[in-house]
Design a protein around this ligand. Structure first.
Ligand SMILES: Cc1cc2nc3c(=O)[nH]c(=O)nc-3n(C[C@H](O)[C@H](O)[C@H](O)COP(=O)(O)OP(=O)(O)OC[C@H]3O[C@@H](n4cnc5c(N)ncnc54)[C@H](O)[C@@H]3O)c2cc1C
Length: 466
């Protein structure tokens, strides 16, 4: 009965039930979670989403929204009950409007991030959200996880880049909050509640996003350093030398670089010798290439003089810049090829990062023999991908049995340093219990009250976040 109603709404071709058709939607990107579903439904318009949600609400059928399925916390994967539908928005991929004067682009939620960047560029604008999964991740998923990425330092995360939303509420009603305004103080900010809600409050169907003037020049460099402490000092130097021109500042440990070059034969370190840490940074400016390159060169000389860096590889062309960034982008894939990892996506105040890494590395080494740290991340935002590699010889089952103890060790440290246990990937099902453990009861109760107000039937992505 439900299936035939869904057929009527979206068309039979867009209600998938055969195992071979639904399989790609039922396992997450890291293959940590697999679920079951009544069907995978692919609506083609906001009206269709609204009708699907209304039908599900009448039957109290749970809905798991999904975009590109690149999330890292199991947020888009249904549970094993088989009671839910997966609502995948990838057919909703139209760019509705680009307004270069207003500095906005309005897109449907299923637009792939890379396509949104391109549509903005075609209009002479920059949409700066950028992350390694941008060829598959969708705007709906980006907003629902409040995604970060490499440009947060200059432009902010997905929330900072959003002006308005169109959302199908758990009743099936459509909230048209698709405003293209930078100023709007007319009460509670509903938009910000849906951003980062991981599909638990409604289905985002479209968004009005901020765009910026395209920079005239972008230059990148990789610096080799002896310590994380020097990387933090280098950040300070780069910020004071380059100001808003500094658009990315990424930390890469030597282990990360080694696994990338080991697993991808065409990748090379730009340095002759290995060093403890590397920083990959980018400057973007509105003057010209020469100006940006000179600024970078002066900064490198000053950092060398102060002994903050030991070597520098400054890209001389956009192709060289792209190859430096490729090393960064391939770290996650190299980790997958290398071994199993218990991953932490954490943030602490930037000034605490050297002590956090030093003390937590030592704690892990003494409590969990044989683990190796694979640490990289958005140092400019205080956000580390602090990953623990499985000891050689341990089975996957044995390693993941250690996950609660490793989480406890790392997350206790994060709290001690006044940080967050999830800086950008969200909570999903992976970090749900950890979040409940570390958030105050006041915060948890407020979040539950919001959930109850929006979704009293608890049909929107149940079991995620809360
Ligand atoms: C190699 C790699 C690198 C990554 N790098 C980064 C990074 O640098 N920064 C970062 O922040 N993340 C990163 N991620 C994580 C991931 O790409 C982001 O979380 C991304 O924003 C998810 O988009 P998606 O369309 O794939 O969402 P999905 O995985 O499909 O869904 C993610 C969550 O959003 C919900 N959702 C999806 N669409 C909607 C919608 N329309 N309405 C309501 N809820 C919805 C889902 O229910 C789920 O809870 C990376 C992932 C990979 C695989």
């Amino acid at each position: 009965m439900l299936l035939s109603q869904l057929h009527q709404i979206v068309g039979a071709a867009y209600v998938l039930t055969a195992a071979e058709d639904t399989a790609p939607y039922l396992t997450d990107w890291r293959r940590r979670f697999t679920g079951r579903a009544l069907a995978v439904v692919l609506p083609g318009s906001t009206d269709e989403v609204a009708a699907v949600v209304k039908t599900c609400a009448e039957r109290k059928t749970p809905i798991v929204p999904q975009g590109g399925n690149t999330g890292l916390v199991g947020g888009a994967t249904p549970d094993m009950s088989g009671d839910a539908i997966v609502l995948c928005l990838k057919r909703m991929n139209r760019v509705r409007d680009v307004d270069a004067i207003n500095g906005t682009i309005t897109v449907e939620a299923g637009c792939v991030l890379l396509d949104v960047q391109q549509a903005a560029r075609d209009a002479g604008q920059l949409f700066p959200l950028s992350l390694a999964a941008e060829g598959s991740a969708t705007i709906g998923g980006n907003l629902s996880t409040n995604a970060g990425g490499t440009q947060v330092l200059r432009y902010g995360n997905a929330r900072d880049l959003t002006l308005g939303l169109e959302v199908v509420l758990p009743t099936g009603e459509v909230w048209n909050g698709l405003r293209a305004l930078r100023k709007d103080n007319t009460g509670y900010d509903l938009r910000d509640l849906f951003i980062g809600a991981e599909g638990t409050l409604g289905v985002i169907t479209a968004a009005c996003l901020k765009t910026f003037a395209l920079p005239r020049a972008q230059v990148s460099a990789m610096f080799a350093l002896d310590s994380v402490g020097n990387a933090v000092e280098l950040l300070k130097l780069a910020q004071s030398a380059a100001g808003a021109t500094l658009t990315a500042f990424e930390l890469i440990s030597d282990t990360c670089l080694r696994i990338v070059t080991r697993h991808f034969a065409n990748q090379r370190s730009p340095f002759g010798a290995s060093h403890s840490q590397y920083v990959l940074l980018q400057l973007s400016n509105h003057e010209d290439e020469h100006h940006a390159a000179t600024l970078l060169q002066t900064m490198a000389e000053s950092a060398l003089e102060k002994r903050l860096i030991v070597d520098a590889a400054i890209a001389q062309s956009s192709a060289q810049s792209a190859s430096l960034w490729k090393l960064r982008e391939l770290i996650s894939d190299a980790q997958t090829l290398e071994a199993k990892h218990i991953k932490h996506d954490i943030s602490v105040p930037i000034s605490s990062i050297p002590r956090f890494i030093h003390e937590t590395d030592a704690l892990l080494a003494s409590n969990f023999a044989g683990v190796e740290m694979v640490t990289f991340g958005h140092l400019g935002d205080g956000n580390l991908h602090y990953n623990v590699r499985s000891p050689i010889g341990l089975s996957d089952e044995e390693f993941f049995a250690m996950q609660p103890a490793i989480y406890r060790c790392v997350h206790d440290q994060v709290v001690r340093f006044q940080g967050s246990i999830s800086a950008e990937h969200g909570i999903g099902q992976l970090k749900r219990d950890e979040n409940a453990r570390y958030k105050s009861s006041i915060e948890m109760n407020l979040m539950r009250a919001i959930k109850q107000a929006f979704d009293p039937l608890n049909i929107m992505n149940p079991g995620k976040v809360l």
